[in-house]
Design a protein around this ligand. Structure first.
Ligand SMILES: Cc1cc2nc3c(=O)[nH]c(=O)nc-3n(C[C@H](O)[C@H](O)[C@H](O)COP(=O)(O)OP(=O)(O)OC[C@H]3O[C@@H](n4cnc5c(N)ncnc54)[C@H](O)[C@@H]3O)c2cc1C
Length: 456
């Protein structure tokens, strides 16, 4: 008897969920259909929407509601709290599924190779983001004693980090931040936040809306030095050809020419300052040394040999995320991605049969949630072509019960989609008690307890 196409998706962030959606909207979803199992390391799905997007971006966090419609479909099962590599390995997936899509995203900070980066008080943005977004696997406290802080990088993650450091704890209280984060932020001593970019306003990677949002807080005075507004031929061309670049540059220009107001927390956006060294004393950060740069005509910069030491006691590097290598899969260390062609995993120049990638593990850690959708569509189209052409491997145990038995045999305490509804309700109830929409449960144990089926 014909059976449904069995697909495993590893990683239930937006890319994995969009891939499931694309599969269910495809022709293959018609009789005998597609049956999809999503494996997720965290007890809850949604990846960086839950553990990356800043808590004061409720509209973006709201994408979760739209993704519910996908995960509500009966052809999809969620197995949360299941780690690929330990709880389930490639050979297991080969036994249970016709095809596997990896959408494991990116979790760690890219390194920045400058002296002093290892000092106490020098942090990766991803770690700080995980802390304020209530990730279960990071410490519950965060040191926020520095009055002056440097943030390295001019992308949206740098803006998130700078904004969270500059807002007051009470400004963030209406969001879903958990109690330990509120308490931590209440003790935050930061009065000055300095964001540094190596290049100029036309090379910043900010989204125009995220940039303008900095100015909406009654506690944040955004300051741009008029001397940092500079363009060369390359920059002018970028502004001409890209509306977003032009909007960012215009916002920065407006801020550079206005009078500085008296909101209590100063947030400086510096350009043409290349981080050269994190300066330390007794193992602790006491400054940041930067080299002034100038445009070279093409939009790139060169050093001028003029150095400045900034008085800061903490440095956050927001220079990009990095994906983890996945057991039994090829990995390109340079780009931090799994090599692919159209989403088909490539090893030794050949397509690794029945194996696909999508999202940040495929394209690298750039782009917004929406971008992962097009990515997933392409990967799924190629998977389905391989299915039609008879190129997929044949699993030995494709029945839906086989993987459940495997996880039970291994003693894996997996969560389910129904479990997410229970966790969601528990977090909303915690919020309601305080007049807030939601309060996140942080501990893994607590998440598992809230997700568990009530004992009858
Ligand atoms: C700090 C930050 C803020 C952002 N803010 C915004 C924003 O405001 N708006 C916007 O549009 N985009 C934002 N983005 C970008 C957005 O988060 C990404 O585009 C998107 O999440 C990438 O989707 P993904 O599914 O590829 O990866 P992820 O979202 O990282 O999902 C991957 C999933 O795979 C799981 N996983 C990893 N390894 C394993 C394993 N071994 N076994 C099982 N599961 C595993 C992870 O737990 C995770 O749930 C932000 C990104 C960051 C880092």
């Amino acid at each position: 008897m014909p059976r449904p196409l069995r697909v495993a998706i590893v990683g239930a962030g937006p890319a994995g969920i969009y891939a499931a959606d694309a599969l269910l909207k495809s022709e293959a979803a018609a009789d005998p259909g597609v049956s999809i199992d999503l494996f997720e390391r965290m007890p809850a799905p949604f990846g960086l929407i839950r553990y990356g997007v800043a808590p004061d971006h409720p509209r973006i966090k709201g994408i979760i509601t739209a993704l519910h419609q996908v995960l509500d479909k009966p052809q999809i099962r969620l197995f949360g709290n299941v780690d690929y590599g330990t709880d389930i390995v490639l050979d297991d997936l080969r036994a249970f599924y016709d095809a596997v899509i990896f959408s494991t995203g990116a979790t760690a900070d890219r390194a920045l190779d400058i002296p002093g980066i290892e000092l106490d008080g020098s942090y990766g943005a991803a770690d700080f983001v995980s802390w304020y977004d209530g990730h279960p696997d990071v410490p519950r406290t965060w040191p926020l004693e520095a009055e002056k802080v440097a943030v390295l990088g001019v992308g949206n993650v740098a803006l998130d980090v700078a904004r969270i450091l500059a807002k007051t704890a009470d400004e963030l209280l209406p969001t879903e931040i958990p109690p330990n984060v509120y308490e931590g932020l209440k003790a935050n001593k930061a009065l000055e936040i300095h964001v540094f970019g190596r290049r100029g306003p036309a090379q910043a990677k900010f989204s125009p809306m995220e940039l303008r949002e900095l100015d909406h807080s009654p506690n944040i005075e955004v300051i741009v030095n008029p001397e940092d507004i500079d363009y060369d031929e390359g920059s002018i061309e970028s502004r001409r050809s890209n509306k977003q670049v032009d909007m960012v540059a215009k916002t920065l220009e407006n801020w550079a020419i206005r009078d500085v107001g008296n909101r209590p927390h100063k947030l400086f956006l510096h350009f043409f300052e290349s981080p050269a060294e994190v300066v330390g004393e007794d193992g602790k950060v006491v400054g940041l040394r930067t080299e002034r740069t100038e445009l070279d005509g093409t939009g790139n910069v060169k050093g001028t040999g003029e150095f400045t030491t900034w008085d800061v006691q903490a440095v956050y590097r927001a220079v990009g995320y990095l994906s983890d290598e996945l057991p039994k899969l090829p990995f390109d260390i340079g780009s931090g991605t799994v090599p692919d062609e159209g989403g088909r995993v490539i090893e030794g120049g050949e397509h690794m049969a029945s194996t696909y990638v999508t999202g940040w593990i495929r394209r690298g850690p750039v782009g917004l949630i929406g971008h992962t959708k097009g990515d997933a569509n392409e990967t799924v189209a190629n998977l389905l072509e391989d299915h039609r052409e008879g190129r997929l491997l044949t699993p030995s145990a494709p029945e839906e019960a086989a993987v459940v038995a495997h996880l039970r045999d291994k003693g894996v305490e997996y969560t389910t989609w129904e479990g997410w509804y229970r966790l969601d309700a528990a977090e909303r109830a915690l919020g309601e008690a305080e007049g807030r929409e939601r309060v996140k449960i942080v501990e893994r144990e607590g998440m598992l307890r809230a997700s568990a089926e009530p004992r009858g």
